[in-house]
Write a protein that binds this ligand. Structure first.
Ligand code: AMP
Ligand code: MG
Length: 416
């Protein structure tokens, strides 16, 4: 069936990145959840609220090594009637004129209501001399539920788990958490010229960079690689491989083969496959203009450009947030901050994402400098970069001192 001109024209319209993002978002399925042991939950997105099942601490606990006493007891020295370690409860009732040796984290013995630190005491033959006046009830004690109250929502679903959060979950006795399943992703690098690193290059060949940068970016973004490989520029081969991967995976990533060349088959295969819907294939951005986005049922297909910078920048802008949103993450986006340019820069005819280094000055301002030539083949423009500067098109160059937006890929560094 012939595609009407108007539809083709719309498909090839140069879409601003924001519009592309909205189209992608509208097609993202939610990943199901799975239970994992806490130790494996780092970086995963919580699929459940974490609620305190009990008060924490569950007993009034000493915050010091010292002596548990009655605050109102005026005796200057007291008989030591026992020792209360952490981890058990000794059977003792404390009265006026008495004290109990107590360790940090130990439960407060009945009858006592304050702890005097060991530094404020001195020993005296089965007794202790207290060098502290005005002891207030509750001193050096963590009351029941002072850290967490039973029933309190501690961590909301959608939170990405970090070491302290994993510690909190463990502290309330939970051993397994429900998190979003990782999306299964295949990565297909295309190109007859592209070969495996570690082998000698023949004339006309280059080493594969994209499979490695995309695979590691994917792992960092929380994806699981289910298939990865190099594929030749052969239509039948690519068609069969895509068919197999689309059937098996949540996301299929390809690199290369989406431009205007005779051997750029990915674009054609996606476009002509009857059960694949191509949503857009040109972006009003640089690098990354020929990004193809298609779906087949719930499977997402991203035809990334072959140029190594283009494939990584489009991954950053579209794939990383897509995976986060599919995982239910409440903060899917990298932070964007205003930064001051320290050099002039020439705008492109499209929104440009320039690799740059953002530094914090001693008075707390953010300054950005480009990392050199920005052509889409030059992966070295990522060396030293911690941000993508968002440079909208305009006639005049951007001057040093102007403010632009930076998407931070890593924290800014101190100005050296
Ligand atoms: P393509 O989109 O297939 O026309 O590729 C665009 C440019 O990126 C060409 O110069 C390719 O040689 C290069 N390229 C494609 N795939 C890779 C890859 N996996 N690693 C490094 N460069 C690549
Ligand atoms: Mg190619």
């Amino acid at each position: 069936m012939a595609i009407p001109d108007a539809e083709l024209h719309e498909l090839d319209r140069l879409r601003p990145p924001d519009e592309a993002r909205r189209i992608i978002e509208a097609h993202l399925p939610r990943l199901p959840s799975e239970k994992v042991p806490l130790i494996d939950a780092l970086g995963r997105v919580l699929a459940q609220d974490i609620t305190a099942p009990a008060d924490h601490p569950p007993f009034p606990a000493s915050t010091m090594d010292g002596f548990a006493v009655l605050a109102a007891d005026p005796s200057p020295w007291r008989e030591v009637v026992g020792s209360q370690p952490a981890g058990s409860v000794i059977d003792i009732e404390v009265h006026d004129g008495q004290a109990v040796r107590i360790m940090t984290g130990a439960p407060l013995p009945p009858g006592t209501d304050a702890v005097v630190p060991i530094e404020a005491t001195s020993p005296a033959e089965g007794h202790v001399v207290i060098h502290q006046e005005d002891i207030q009830p509750g001193t050096n004690i963590r009351p029941v539920g002072s850290d967490l109250r039973k029933g309190e929502r501690i961590i909301p679903a959608g939170t990405r788990l970090t070491p302290p959060l994993i510690g909190i979950i463990a502290s309330v006795g939970i051993a397994q958490v429900s998190v979003a399943r990782k999306p299964r992703v295949s990565i297909i690098a295309t190109g007859d010229e592209v070969i495996e690193p570690g082998n000698p290059l023949k004339p006309g060949q280059i080493y594969d960079a994209n499979r490695f940068s995309l695979a590691t970016a994917l792992i960092e973004a929380g994806g699981e690689i289910s298939w990865i490989g190099l594929a030749p520029d052969n239509r039948d081969h690519l068609e069969a491989l895509l068919e197999e991967r689309m059937r098996a995976d949540d996301i299929v990533l390809t690199s290369g083969g989406v431009s205007m060349g005779d051997m750029d088959f990915i674009k054609a295969i996606l476009f002509e496959s009857p059960d694949v819907t191509v949503h857009f294939r040109k972006l009003f951005m640089k690098p990354g203009k020929p990004l193809n986005f298609a779906t087949r049922g719930d499977t997402l297909i991203f035809g990334l450009p072959g140029n190594p910078v283009s494939s990584l920048v489009t991954f950053e802008l579209f794939l990383r947030p897509a995976i986060a949103i599919m995982s239910g993450a409440s903060d899917p986006d990298r932070p964007r901050v205003p930064v001051t340019l320290t050099q002039s820069t020439k705008p492109s005819d499209r929104i440009e994402y320039q690799r740059a280094r953002v530094v914090v000055t001693s008075d707390g301002r953010l300054e950005a400098a480009s990392t050199g030539h920005q052509q889409s083949s030059r992966l070295a423009s990522f060396v030293g970069a911690n941000a993508l500067l968002v440079i909208p098109p305009r006639d005049d160059p951007y001057q040093a001192g102007e403010t632009v937006e930076a998407m931070l890929l890593a924290p800014p560094v101190a100005k050296g």
